[in-house]
Design a protein around this ligand. Structure first.
Ligand code: PRP
Ligand code: URA
Length: 213
């Protein structure tokens, strides 16, 4: 499958520098959390680059001016629990008025497939522009289940999936699952190991964010 413009890789030097901190197994939980928040802010900034604008007429202290303001559908961020929670604050720094929906999913350690245990979405999710947040896109099972759930909830138009580290297997699976979806990622790693962990990856993102290793 051609990834073309459906996968956006954030290869900015500051992003790569911060990602190295996440990958380092010696990085403590508090610093890990901070860096996840910072990278999520940068990624949300990038993923909102195409928000539509409208003209608004304002008066600066010096002169009248035709300024621009964001218009169109309102935004919802949907973190996949738990690890996606680590990305919410950074995303909300970019769009403070966005609503936040939650999808609880846990990978079964044997099958590596996700099991859903919680969901709570904004009532008007179907009319919102949706950004799914999860730092890890490994097999793509959790992401695929989340996107299917959102489509069943009526979400139309492009869904943007924001992760920090991805595996080619997960990218293929997610792009095949939904043809109106864009993936934003800070890294595309080599692949998965026998436990379906991303290699080299950064380990278990949820455990490292919440200090439950
Ligand atoms: C991790 C991660 C993703 C999922 C990715 O969550 O945050 O949701 O695994 O793997 P996949 O692409 O193979 O589905 P995990 O199930 O470990 O739960 P947690 O966030 O509660 O730690
Ligand atoms: N979930 C994680 O947190 N890390 C991986 O490498 C794969 C799934």
């Amino acid at each position: 499958m051609e990834w073309n413009d459906r996968v956006v890789l954030l290869d900015h030097p500051i992003v790569q520098h911060k990602l190295a901190i996440l990958r380092d197994k010696h990085t403590p939980s508090n610093e890990f959390r901070d860096v996840v928040r910072e990278l999520s802010l940068f990624e949300t900034y990038e993923a909102t680059r195409d928000l539509p604008l409208t003209n608004v007429f304002i008066q600066t202290p010096i002169a009248p001016f035709d300024a621009k303001q964001i218009t169109g559908r309102k935004v919802a961020f949907v973190p996949i629990l738990r690890a996606g929670l680590g990305m919410v604050d950074g995303a909300l720094e970019v769009i403070p008025r966005a609503r936040v929906g939650h999808l609880g999913m846990q990978r079964n350690e044997e099958t590596h497939e996700p099991e859903s245990y919680y969901d709570k979405l904004p009532r008007d999710i179907a009319s919102r522009r949706v950004y799914v947040l999860d730092p890890m896109l490994a097999t793509g099972g959790s992401a695929e289940a989340a996107v299917k759930y959102l489509r069943e909830a009526g979400v139309a138009g492009t869904i943007r999936f924001l992760c920090l580290v991805s595996a080619p297997e997960g990218i293929e699976r997610l792009l095949a699952a939904d043809d109106d979806l864009i993936i934003y990622t800070c890294a595309i790693d080599d692949g998965l190991n026998e436990n379906a962990y991303i290699v080299p990856g950064l380990g278990d993102a949820g455990d490292r964010i919440f200090g439950t290793e």
